[in-house]
Design a protein. Structure first.
Length: 246
């Protein structure tokens, strides 16, 4: 709640000071064969080969499955390079990207709420099976699901960070109800479960969702319980397929 309040106060202060915007920006159709990526440094934003849906999700700091939008937003991909001479942290850059999408794509949105299935993340009996971090620095995820066995390693992450990360493959919001307030070292590897459930004899492929649930409980001491709750949704009212010229 405090994090949300802080973000709201920051947003209000930015609005009072004038809507932040980039001083220069280039938007072009994405080049093929480039790994999708979003990077920021103070005052700069680099987006490579990302769909407009993912770009919009990053701008509003919301998962793509909490956006109601035309299907083509997940098909059209762009490269965006933008810079603000006065600098700006990641929160400010997200706000600048919202304005850029409005200026160049005619983006118009509104928020709504929808009751949907979510997961509550809690601790199993015996407590967590992971340790608090002993190093300083930002949270880091090393996710090898794309390039190899399904292994997720994380350093210095809060439980809210982990909940947001594992919500991606589950395509549902995850609410942290563990009560843990620190930053932690996390590792989950479901490779062994996949071998146990292997389909070498021509059977069905492994059920990755059930294996993830099993790994969370056995390796991390975490449990996901399904329930219904009202969830904030971002609704795209209007957006052009082609941006105005650079």
């Amino acid at each position: 709640m405090m994090r949300t309040l802080f973000a709201g106060l920051l947003l209000c202060s930015l609005c009072l000071a004038g809507e932040p915007s980039f001083d220069a920006a280039s938007i072009r159709p994405a080049e093929g064969g480039v790994r999708p990526d979003i990077k920021t440094t103070p005052g700069t934003l680099t987006i490579r080969n990302q769909s407009l849906l993912v770009t919009l999700a990053w701008a509003y700091d919301i998962p793509p499955f909490q956006i109601t939008a035309p299907a083509w937003l997940n098909e059209e991909r762009f490269d965006i390079l933008a810079k603000a001479e006065g600098g700006g942290d990641e929160t400010t850059i997200r706000l600048m990207l919202r304005k850029l999408l409005a200026d160049r794509f005619g983006l118009q949105t509104h928020t709504d709420e929808k009751e949907m299935q979510i997961y509550a993340m809690t601790l199993v009996n015996g407590g967590p099976k992971f340790a608090e971090s002993t190093t300083e620095g930002p949270p880091v995820f090393d996710d090898k699901r794309q390039s190899g066995p399904p292994v997720l390693t994380a350093h210095r992450v809060a439980m809210t960070d982990l909940a947001e990360k594992i919500s991606e493959p589950l395509q549902r919001p995850i609410i942290d109800e563990t009560g843990l307030k620190g930053r932690y070292e996390i590792r989950i590897d479901i490779t062994g479960y996949m071998l146990d459930q292997g389909n070498g004899n021509g059977g069905p492929p492994p059920d990755l969702m059930s294996l993830l649930f099993k790994g969370l409980q056995e390796q991390l001491g975490l449990k996901l319980t399904s329930k219904k709750e009202s969830v904030k949704m971002l609704v795209v009212d209007k957006m052009e397929k082609t941006p105005t010229e650079n």
